[in-house]
Design a protein around this ligand. Structure first.
Ligand SMILES: C[S@@+](CC[C@H](N)C(=O)[O-])C[C@H]1O[C@@H](n2cnc3c(N)ncnc32)[C@H](O)[C@@H]1O
Length: 270
């Protein structure tokens, strides 16, 4: 479960996603591929994916690169979903999932070649504490890579508030804030790559990461979940209370990839 400090909306949002068996991040598979490349993930890498959701990225990395991956998520239901996915994808020998809080990772120092985190930090109460943990557990010369939602243009009135009400993200700071955070935590050569997208591009990349069958079954289960679960009804009600212009969300909303290296010998497993 998301900790008490996290907003109610985030808890509901993740509980529902765990029930559907779907989690996502903006940029979908294309962003994952780019982030993995920037983190120099290759066959010899040992990778930690923080906030792994239903396990799409750990399974993808294991299958695509043949590397060993550990996925952690705050929610045990997400961990269960991830294990089911790993079994289905035939990568149980390469991946391992654990329930853990990004702010207190249960790993020794300097263990991983890369730490990747996609669309998680906006939901974490103490982002600095989490980022310090990523740096602690990565090897000298290893890489920490984040994919974070950013406003690429100031949003129209009501849109930021809508995102907060529906998803409960803590806030989306100015995009330079993520780069500064990684630098403050001791990473060097930090890069920032800002991307815009649109609904069609996002959707077509999503269906390469989430099977259409999974999306269909999530949507079909929604009415039944709304009947059974008051939190789901609240989520549906808030989602439908859209501000004007929400359909143009991708005009304002994009994602940033932030990657930095821990000083020391360079890790390149590709
Ligand atoms: C928007 S989802 C993204 C999931 C996954 N990265 C993906 O792209 O499919 C955010 C995930 O972060 C997890 N999460 C939120 N706060 C966390 C924390 N403090 N530590 C670990 N995971 C966390 C949630 O349970 C959820 O699975």
């Amino acid at each position: 479960m998301v900790p008490e400090e996290a907003p109610e909306a985030a808890k509901t949002y993740f509980d529902l996603q765990a029930g559907w068996g779907i989690t996502k991040h903006i940029g979908a598979l294309q962003a994952t591929q780019e982030l993995a490349a920037e983190c120099h993930v290759g066959i010899d890498s040992y990778v930690l994916v923080v906030g792994c959701g239903v396990g799409s990225t750990p399974c993808y990395l294991a299958k695509q690169h043949g590397c060993r991956v550990v996925g952690v998520d705050l929610s045990q239901r997400m961990v269960d979903r991830s294990n089911e996915r790993a079994k289905k994808k035939g990568v149980l020998d390469l991946v391992e999932f654990r329930q853990a809080d990004a702010q207190e990772l249960p790993f020794e120092d300097s263990l991983f070649d890369a730490v990747m985190c996609e669309s998680v930090n906006a939901f974490i109460p103490d982002q600095r504490k989490a980022a310090r943990e990523y740096v602690r557990v990565v090897k000298p010369g290893g890489y920490v890579g984040l994919n974070e939602c950013v406003w690429v243009e100031p949003p129209p009135p009501g849109m930021a508030d809508y995102m907060w009400r529906v998803m409960g993200a803590e806030f989306f700071p100015a995009h330079e804030g993520w780069k500064a955070l990684l630098e403050e935590c001791g990473l060097i050569e930090v890069i920032e790559k800002i991307h815009t997208t649109n609904a069609l591009r996002q959707w077509s990349s999503e269906v390469r990461q989430i099977e259409p069958r999974e999306i269909a079954s999530a949507y079909l289960s929604l009415p039944l979940q709304c009947i059974r679960n008051p939190a789901c009804r609240r989520f549906a009600r808030e989602t439908l209370r859209m501000p004007r212009g929400v359909f143009r969300v991708f005009k304002y909303f994009g994602y940033g990839l932030y990657v930095g290296r821990k000083s020391g010998k360079t890790v390149d497993a590709s």
